[in-house]
Each structure stands twice: as structure tokens, then as C-alpha cells.
Design a protein around this ligand. Sequence first.
Ligand SMILES: [Zn+2]
Ligand SMILES: [Zn+2]
Ligand SMILES: [Zn+2]
Length: 265
Amino acid sequence: MSLQLTLTVLGCGSSSGCPVIGCDCKVCTSGNKYNQRTRCSAWINIQDKHLIIDTGTDFRNQVLREKIPRIDAILYTHPHADHLNGIDDLRAFCFRQKSAIDIYANQFTIDNMTSRFDYAFLPVHCHWNRPVLNPHVLSGRLPENICGIPIYYCDLPHGRWVSTIYRIGNIAWLTDISTVSDEAYSILQGLDYLFIDCLMEKSYPSHLSVDDAFAFAQKINAKQTYLIHMTHLLDFDELSKKCPPNIQPAYDGLQIKSTCPESIL
Ligand SMILES: [Zn+2]
Ligand SMILES: [Zn+2]
Ligand SMILES: [Zn+2]
């Protein structure tokens, strides 16, 4: 039996967001709501479980916009500020839920987080005036059982860093990557939805360009692909027109429904 999964795109913007502060380019000033992009993040709901991928700089506003009721686990891709620095607003969920929140990431990301945000990893106490997070290093075994949900993942190059990609049921989230490895292809077969990094038209060392994203998406061959982590150099309408079949730019608030195997607990 499979369970219904809903993914909401909390943000599909790059590190500066769009509009960019002080920029008067045609995308930043377009007035098209699909060009209003907050930092890259996703909310996944399966039955009564709520998972988040990354808590970036716009996290508080994204939570308020989508009315996220609780958080059971957070999957982190890598510790760049645009994916991490909303961490302080997790304290509101710790307070409401009266518990620590389980977070999952590779060893590098956990080490980086525990040194930069050491106060978020202190023992649980009764004031909830700071986030209280339970760190879990991804074991390397596939799938990882997170909240009873089987989750597949692997690390992909992100310039000189790596970024962890995640597959939950028949959807996959690939942000901040500069290539796709054979190991990744092996866990990305038969997807309903692929979300993939697409920074801008020009090549960039730590991200995919539009042409890179199209090429990898066509090779992965999900039923539908959405482009994420886009800068203000990409206009939604113009990019939509040049997309091949079954590929489209994502937008903040986009919601898709798919399926996930029943609990492995
Ligand atoms: Zn990023
Ligand atoms: Zn601009
Ligand atoms: Zn990054």
C-alpha cells in the first residue's frame, strides 16, 4: 500500500532571493508573483508527519505563508547560509511541540552546524527560548528510516563542497549541485517529480546552468521536472517558453501530490 505525499515548494530562489536587494532589473521589478522567489526549501507532508528540507534565511516567512502546523524532522542538504540560517525560528516549533526536533544530514553538515549554532544542540530544558535539535548523521545505508518513511539520498558535488540530495517516495529534491553522478541516477529511477538546481543561463562552478539542468532532467526522465534555486536572471515566463516538454520553472507555493511506500517501521 502507498501513502499520499504532498510537497510544497517553500522557496525556489537562489542565495540572494528575488527580487535582489537594490536591483531594478526587469525580473526583480516585473510584478509577476512567479518571479518572487524566497530561499530554497521544501515542506513534505505524509499523513501526520511533516518534514522540511533546509531552513534558509526566509524560513519564518515561509512557515507563516504556508501555515506549517508542526515539524517532525528536517533534512539538511548543506550548511550554506541560504539553506540554514533560519534555524533560530525552529524554537517556535520546539516550544509548541515541547520537544527537540530531529535533524538529518551528512557528517560535514552536522559538524558545521554544531560549531556555528552550538546553542541549538544543548540538552532539552523547559524554557524553549532557543531551538533544541537532535542531530543524526545519515548512516550511509539506504533507505534511511526517518519518521517511519524510507528516504534515499546521496551526496553530489556543489563546487568544492557537496550537497545531499533526497528522494522521498516518488519525488526527489536536488538543490545546489554541479553535476549528477551514476550513484544518484541509480536512486532517481521512476520519479513522478524531480526538483533540480537551475541557477541561470551562464555556467557557474557550483550550480547547474539552464542547459545543464535540462540535460540532467532529460536523462533522469521524471514524469515532471521543476527547476529550483533560480536567480533574478531567469524570468519565469521567458524560461517557461524555452523549457522542453515536462520541464517547468517552479514557483514559491507550488504544491504537488505523489505517493510514498507505507511505513517501514
Ligand atoms: Zn543555495
Ligand atoms: Zn534583479
Ligand atoms: Zn550552496
